[in-house]
Structures are given as structure tokens and as C-alpha cells.
Design a protein around this ligand. Structure first.
Ligand SMILES: N[C@@H](CCC(=O)N[C@@H](CS)C(=O)NCC(=O)O)C(=O)O
Length: 255
């Protein structure tokens, strides 16, 4: 579970639920959706990723990977979106966002891990290739500062490639698309015969995958071959939690 001991001690005194998050971040959407489903009061600490507000020693003192989201629950710091939403569902069990059977629970965790395990290699690579590369590259000073702050080698390699002159290649993105299509083909099969990903009950599995659909559509990923996924996403879009947890935080909302 993603509990970390922060070196930035400021957060230890926080009372209640505090979320460090970004409007555009699919991982943050998962946590906002969960908070809104449960109608929990929370304090927002918005981190502007485009202005690199996450790349400061203060922020790395809260999350040593420099990523959003981070939940601070009464001074306990939790990172990793799957761990955060699982924590929220266990601590605030009503309404429940998990299946009632053991096999369903295992299946829910499988869907959650599938998303997390493919985050850098597939989701992030696809989105950076289509939307970020060349638009928010780091200056030489920022690159040096990032190398000082970041100790995670996977993230160091990812950002160094994204900021290189060549950036991600067509081959990198084709590989990412292949992985995403494998995942969405699996989801399509399930959703052809059921409204939700696990045990026909809305759960953390749906909350994990919906933000990927939302952000990938906006990065021109085609879901034409997945009609059941499109219907599933339309069903989720009707929920109040989607309006307050995703739409209202998406840049340009209401404009
Ligand atoms: N495994 C992490 C991934 C978190 C992550 O990659 N967050 C992105 C936004 S979705 C971020 O903070 N990106 C900024 C960066 O890479 O510097 C999770 O599930 O919370």
C-alpha cells in the first residue's frame, strides 16, 4: 500500500482528507470520482502539471516520485491512485465500490493492476506522444533539477526520452497502442454481456478505467471498434460523480 513518510512535515498536521491532484490527470480523476461517489468532503491542493508545480523539492517531500495524486488522510500520506481509492473504499464503505464475492474482488484488483502496470509504457507514452511532447519540454535547468529530485529510474528514463530531441518514436507509440488495444478488447468482451467490468456492479475497476477512456478519447485514440465500451462510458458520464469529479476539473469546462 502506498503509504509514504513525507520529508515535508507540513502535511502531517492536515486534518480530514486533502488531495494533491491535477484537473487533466487521469490518475487524479480516479480519486475524485471515488470521493464524489461517497460524497466525502475534501480539501483540494491543485497542482498545475503544465507549469511544473510538481517539480519542486517541497512537492517531492510529499511524493518522492513527484506525481499526482497524493491523498493526505488525517496526516497519513498515501500515493498511487489504486492504493488511494482502495483505502477510501475500505475506510468509508458506504456506498460500497467493490464486488461482494471473493472472485469478484480478485477480478477487480486484476483490472486495477492492469491499468497501473501499463501506465508508463502505454497510457503515458500514448498521451505524451500525442499531446505533450514538444509543448511542455523542460529547459536545461529544469532537466538538471529533475535529475536531482527524481530517483525513480523508470520516470527518469521516461522524461529524458520525452524531452529529447527525437522524443517518443512511432514505434514506441505503436507498441503503446497495441497494449491499450489488448486491454480494451478484454473490456469490450466483458461489457458486451454486462453493464460493469466486474460482477455487473459499478466498482473501483470501472473507476480505474473510465478516466483512461476519457483522456485517451481526447488524445484521438479511437474507440470505434468498441461499442460496448462507448455505452459503458455513456452510462458513467450520467453519474453525478463524473460531473463533479471529472468534468468540472477538466480545463475549459463551462467556457
Ligand atoms: N502509478 C501512479 C501514476 C501517477 C502519475 O503518473 N501521475 C501523472 C498524472 S496522471 C503525473 O503526475 N505526471 C507528472 C509527471 O510525470 O511528472 C498512480 O496511479 O497514481
Amino acid at each position: 500500500m502506498g503509504v509514504v513518510t513525507p520529508t515535508n512535515k507540513e502535511v502531517l498536521d492536515f486534518k480530514g482528507l486533502h488531495l494533491y491532484h491535477a484537473g487533466v490527470s487521469n490518475c487524479s480523476m480516479r480519486v475524485r470520482l471515488t470521493l464524489e461517489e461517497k460524497k466525502l468532503p475534501w480539501t483540494s491542493h491543485h497542482v498545475d502539471l503544465f507549469n511544473k508545480e510538481n517539480l519542486t523539492s517541497e512537492y517531492f517531500g510529499i511524493n518522492p516520485k513527484g506525481l499526482v495524486p497524493v491523498l493526505v488522510d488525517d496526516g497519513v500520506v498515501i500515493t498511487e491512485s489504486d492504493d488511494i481509492i482502495d483505502h477510501l473504499d475500505q475506510k468509508f464503505p458506504i456506498p460500497s465500490l467493490r464486488p461482494t464475492t471473493d472472485s469478484g474482488l480478485e477480478e477487480m484488483y486484476r483490472w486495477m493492476k492492469l491499468a497501473v502496470n501499463n501506465h508508463i509504457g502505454a497510457v503515458k507514452t500514448y498521451i505524451y506522444f500525442h499531446q505533450v511532447q514538444g509543448k511542455m519540454s523542460q529547459s536545461d535547468e529544469q532537466k538538471a533539477a529533475y535529475r536531482k529530485l527524481q530517483s525513480n529510474t523508470e520516470l527518469l528514463d521516461f522524461h529524458s526520452k520525452s524531452n529529447s530531441e527525437q522524443g517518443f518514436t512511432q514505434q514506441d507509440v505503436d507498441r503503446a497502442v497495441g497494449i491499450l488495444n489488448d486491454c480494451f478488447s478484454k473490456a469490450e468482451k466483458v461489457l458486451t454481456r454486462s453493464n460493469w467490468l466486474v460482477d455487473n456492479k459499478f466498482s473501483l475497476a470501472d473507476i480505474t478505467w473510465m478516466p483512461l477512456h476519457y483522456t485517451l478519447v481526447r488524445a484521438d485514440f479511437s474507440f470505434d471498434q468498441y461499442p460496448a465500451i462507448e455505452e459503458w462510458s455513456a452510462r458513467i458520464s450520467e453519474r453525478d460523480s463524473f460531473k463533479t469529479g471529472v468534468l468540472e476539473w477538466w480545463p475549459g469546462f463551462g467556457s
